[in-house]
Design a protein around this ligand. Structure first.
Ligand SMILES: *[C@@H]1O[C@H](CO)[C@@H](O)[C@H](O)[C@H]1NC(C)=O
Length: 169
């Protein structure tokens, strides 16, 4: 085997390793009405899994997400992964009547996409009517294993994401 065959073999090995490192995460996002208390007031709002703000998604660059949206609410809904470049997975982007029909009450929809070549703190939110006012959460994309943040000085600590929102009364 010449040196060319050898480098080719190394390349395939590197490719295999990077493929093995990428993970797939599955989450169930159940949309439902929940009573939440903020600033001494209780009100009924739409939530994901009863949480407000919704669940924080934490992945590494190169990972894939499968989100099974189950609509147990009273309204149509879709979810949008804000800032995620959908590479040949446009049907997972979420804007209602643009890339998909709204998910009706009692129905479900599976979003499936890979987050590649991007890192940072993004968020996800409902992309239908006013549901986006309460149905949202953080999406953290960390560098994949073996790589680091693209800064000269590496971060010394990490803070929990802060999401600002309004709950109208
Ligand atoms: C809900 O979505 C369906 C399509 O999935 C649509 O036909 C219907 O008109 C929508 N309902 C409302 C109230 O927007």
């Amino acid at each position: 085997m010449g040196s060319r065959g050898c480098s080719c073999w190394l390349l395939s090995l590197a490719l295999l390793c990077s493929l093995a490192a990428a993970k797939e995460q599955y989450h169930e996002f159940v949309i439902r009405e929940t009573t939440v208390k903020r600033q001494c007031k209780s009100q009924s709002i739409m939530t994901v899994n009863g949480q407000f703000p919704g669940p924080t998604l934490e992945i590494k660059e190169g990972d894939s997400l499968i989100i099974n949206l189950i609509n147990r609410g009273r309204y149509n809904v879709t979810l949008h992964w804000h800032g995620v470049r959908q590479m040949r997975t446009g049907w997972s982007d979420g804007p209602e009547y643009v890339t998909q029909c709204p998910v009706r009450p009692g129905q479900s929809y599976r979003y499936r996409f890979t987050v590649a070549a991007q890192e940072g703190t993004l968020w996800w939110h409902a992309h239908s009517s006013w549901l986006r006012a309460t149905v949202y959460g953080a999406l953290l994309i960390r560098p994949r294993d073996g790589t680091s943040y693209p800064f000269h000085v590496q971060p010394t600590r990490e803070l929990a994401p802060i999401l600002l929102g309004i709950a109208c009364s």
